[in-house]
Design a protein around this ligand. Structure first.
Ligand SMILES: Nc1ncnc2c1ncn2[C@@H]1O[C@H](COP(=O)(O)OP(=O)(O)OP(=O)(O)O)[C@@H](O)[C@H]1O
Length: 324
């Protein structure tokens, strides 16, 4: 690769500000079914504007955690707070801030149109104190967002699986939730449908909504989630901050040790490490690449290659789950 071909890193939404308020907090959550403990002492918190992806092998407890967090299941012990309110003690008011799809595809009345189903959801939601009102214009807006305008007046029984899935997301975002929780939102969707869900989730997070989703699609979420929680055997064994791994670049140079010393002096270089034959540098953004190249050239270092150092979430996950 020539230096002029240095690629931009994948686009990732603007990260939640570190000081953003905590929207979802789970403390010391245990869940038992009979003699089987399915969740062990789960602690996690998600800020407004953050996209938190929960992943783990089949049977790890993801759906149980999501059902418990949304108030559909009760914990054996521990606590869940949505926007500061206890989901199990102050349910209706806590859930006023919540939009969720906890089973895929979400349940709708097949004999009614998508639009009518959303109106019924809106009317039900309006009974919850604290929920904003949803008018017909908002229903049209969310149907357009999930690209179902053409299907709006068709019976849901005529929808494909993917269309039902998207209607589920539409109903979850209808009342502009502060916290959006989606269990496997992209399973059963085609490539364009997956991209659409990414865009919706990213836009909502950009507007300050905290998003929690469970998924098995690691490479896909690595491109847009801020945080990944790895659940295995009912334990949250790792929480990865993908933001911290965002802007790493690798440089193949003739003298990595001296190159590292040169780059460390630059403002905007947060860290360097050696991975022969590469030198890895954490930069504030890709805008720091030309400056780094100039500093290396001025120091007499020959640069053969410079490219984003993409974090391989799949490899990381595989090792982490095998160790657990
Ligand atoms: N209602 C229930 N009664 C008894 N055991 C249950 C119940 N629901 C889930 N379990 C058990 O809890 C464990 C976790 O299941 P869960 O569905 O939460 O896993 P998951 O991570 O969502 O799996 P998958 O990726 O396959 O969807 C499993 O061993 C499952 O058998």
């Amino acid at each position: 690769m020539t230096l002029s071909e240095v690629q931009a890193p994948p686009l990732r939404p603007v990260p939640a500000a570190p000081e953003a308020p905590v929207a979802l907090e789970v403390r010391g959550l245990h869940k038992r079914y009979g003699a089987q403990t399915v969740l062990h002492d789960i602690h996690l918190s998600v800020q407004s504007g953050e996209i938190y992806a929960l992943t783990g092998p089949n049977g790890a407890g993801k759906s149980t955690l999501i059902r418990t967090v949304t108030g559909l299941a009760f914990p054996t012990s521990g606590e869940v707070r949505l926007m500061g309110r206890d989901v199990h003690g102050d349910g209706p008011r806590a859930r006023a801030a919540l939009g969720a799809v906890v089973e895929a595809p979400a349940r709708f009345y097949g004999q009614f149109s998508g639009s009518r189903n959303l109106r019924m959801h809106a009317e039900l939601a309006a009974m919850t104190p604290g929920r904003p009102r949803v008018d017909q214009a908002r229903i049209r807006e969310v149907l357009a967002l999930v690209e179902l305008t053409r299907m709006a007046d068709r019976r849901v029984s005529e929808y494909s699986l993917g269309q039902r899935q998207r209607l589920g997301v539409a109903s979850a975002i209808l009342a502009r939730p502060s916290v959006l929780i989606l269990d496997e939102p992209t399973s059963g969707l085609d490539a364009l449908g997956i991209g659409l869900i990414h865009r919706i989730v990213t836009d909502l997070a950009g507007q300050g909504c905290a998003v929690v989703l469970s998924t098995h699609h690691l490479r896909e979420i690595a491109s847009y989630a801020h945080t990944v929680g790895i659940l295995t055997g009912g334990r949250l064994v790792d929480t990865l901050d993908l933001r911290a791994r965002q802007a790493a670049f690798r440089f193949r140079v003739d003298d990595p040790v001296r190159a590292a010393a040169l780059l460390e002096r630059l403002p905007g270089v947060s860290r360097t490490s050696l991975r022969p034959p590469y030198l890895i540098a954490g930069l504030d953004s890709e805008a720091g690449v030309p400056q780094a190249l100039a500093a290396l050239a001025a120091g007499g270092i020959r640069v053969f290659e410079a490219s984003p150092d993409l974090f391989d979430l799949y490899e990381y996950y595989r090792e982490r789950v095998e160790q657990a």
